[in-house]
Ligand binder design. Sequence first.
Ligand code: SF4
Length: 329
Amino acid sequence: MATEVQTAPTKDATVVKPRIGISSCLLGAAVRWDGGHKRDRFLTDVLATWVEWVDVCPEMGIGLGAPRETVHLLGRADAPRLVGTKSGADHTDAMESFSRAKVDELAALDLAGYVLKSDSPSCGMERVRVYNQKGMAERRGVGAFAKVLLERFPLLPIEEEGRLHDSVLRESFLDRVFAYQRLLEFRRGTLAPRAIVDFHRVHKYQLMAHSPKHYSELGRMVALAGTADRRELVERYSRLFMEALGAHATPKRHFNVLQHLAGYFKDELDADGKRELAQAFDDYRKRLVPLVVPIALVRHHVRALDVGYLRDQTYLAPSPKELTLRNYT
Ligand code: SF4
């Protein structure tokens, strides 16, 4: 369960544990067709400390048991059937009903993300093999359960475990998960104009690192918080907010953001302090050090000089530091 509910974002991204859906076999449950599992060590040994898992095995969910006959996608890539590879038993309708009921159940749990098992005809998010009647396969399908999940939660950060082995994709996914968690808490709050303005304010530099264009557009929405229909405004804001964070935060944009941040306290530093800061920024620009180096220095100055406006910027602490975010950016 989420441990605490707040109406405004916090400066500490570790306060609330996001609840994340996951394919059961990735947690080590013996639910695969062969009675085995696909435990993923990063998920079970690292990420598990910071999130609450909600596991789902769709094939067990429709009563196939383990071990069981393997299934695959058969037919047209855009509307394949889910069938047993030997028996030809058609599980499409059962999976469809299970999936619709399950996503309704999940909707009530306020998930902040989902990790799916790659290549699975039920859980795979993309490039799943779809076979034709001659037994030839094309990697153009989406797993039967994943398809319903993706349709139902278009804003939810969803990734496959294989892609999370790429450090950049992993960082992007986790940044979005913790941002989505803050968005959920914000949406549970009063939605008073002040709360909307505050939510936008604390995400200013995180948004700017991803997409200055989205940041400006979101700002124009927030300016209407006192007069517009606030529920409708927050709906539109949420969609654009998650779209913004889906944009790639380039090193150039990070560099620009760092310079903006330094503008808040640079004049208060002595010559050595200024030199050290400029050096860290330049090293990052040349890709000699990861983003975490200049960020750590900025955080130190924000704390030491008590720079109020920056203290709760999510850019400086988007997620628990133990997850090594920004070590690869
Ligand atoms: S990939 Fe999905 S359906 Fe297959 S065993 Fe894992 S959780 Fe179950």
